[in-house]
Design a protein around this ligand. Structure first.
Ligand SMILES: Nc1ccn([C@@H]2O[C@H](COP(=O)(O)OP(=O)(O)OP(=O)(O)O)[C@@H](O)[C@H]2O)c(=O)n1
Ligand SMILES: C[C@](O)(CO)[C@H](O)COP(=O)(O)O
Length: 234
């Protein structure tokens, strides 16, 4: 079975409010994305890891990646084809690769606490699935719908609701076609890969993830990610 990872890393990190895009912020002495890439490159079932950075990226070249990632650096491909949305970056990355029916696991650069074991376990669970699926966790908190004045309009039942994470694993050509069909018109609705497949009537699997696989979005998430990575290494 052949699978590759595609890592969208062309965002600006506006919610992080930092001049440096969050994928390059320091996390335990290394750029955040180095943790993400190390975990993916450590997954035995991934043949290659493709990183999509912005054509204007000024940071990538300033690191010694073979030093940060060791020999597995040889399985890394960097594409400067990022777009103006996450979905467009993923589409551009897929379009730049040779056409293939292999599995692709799209994983946010901004989720550095994923583990190689979780990636391999996901591939094993989905490799014979007709559609593919995503890591996700069931919603644990009570959910409120807000009014425009930020008071509560109502409580919405949480039964059956899951929070989507990444990796999201689909057939490369099928995902590319689904994104091409949705973009640019429906870009606001395509907040992950699964939503592009859902538009075509597909029903991807929900694979139990971990709350530790957080997306670094706000400054406090960076502190939490550091604590989780330290705990994972114990
Ligand atoms: N045009 C974009 C926007 C986002 N991403 C990537 O998609 C992942 C998830 O996006 P998000 O957390 O929203 O990152 P940013 O867009 O950088 O953050 P913000 O929305 O706060 O600006 C990140 O790894 C980010 O680098 C991307 O490749 N191309
Ligand atoms: C793909 C994702 O990580 C699943 O939760 C999420 O939708 C990305 O959202 P963002 O606003 O682009 O960070």
């Amino acid at each position: 079975m052949s699978a590759l990872a595609l890592v969208p890393a062309a965002g600006s990190g506006s919610r992080m409010a930092s001049a440096t895009p969050k994928q390059y912020l320091d996390l335990l002495g290394q750029p955040l994305i180095a943790h993400t890439l190390r975990a993916l490159l450590g997954a035995a079932r991934l043949a290659q890891v493709v990183v999509v950075i912005s054509p204007e990226d000024e940071w990538w070249e300033s690191y010694d990646w073979s030093d940060l990632l060791g020999d597995s650096f040889a399985r890394l491909l960097v594409l400067r084809v990022g777009g103006d949305s996450r979905a467009q970056s993923v589409l551009n990355g897929l379009a730049a690769l040779p056409q293939s029916d292999a599995w692709v696991l799209v994983h946010d650069a901004a989720r550095p606490c994923i583990t190689s074991l979780q990636v391999d376990a996901m591939i094993i669970q989905l490799e014979y699935d007709p559609v593919g699926g995503i890591l996700a966790v069931p919603v644990a908190d009570t959910l409120k719908v807000a009014t425009n004045e930020q008071s509560i309009a109502r409580t919405t039942p949480r039964a059956g609701l899951w929070q989507a994470q990444t990796p999201q694993m689909f057939r490369q050509q099928e995902l590319l076609s689904a994104l091409q069909a949705a973009l640019p018109e429906h870009v606001a609705d395509i907040t992950d890969e699964a939503s592009a497949l859902e538009r075509l009537g597909k029903s991807p699997k929900l694979i139990m993830g971990s709350p530790w696989n957080l997306k670094v979005t706000y400054p406090q998430d960076l502190i939490l990610a550091g604590l989780l990575l330290k705990a994972e290494s114990l």
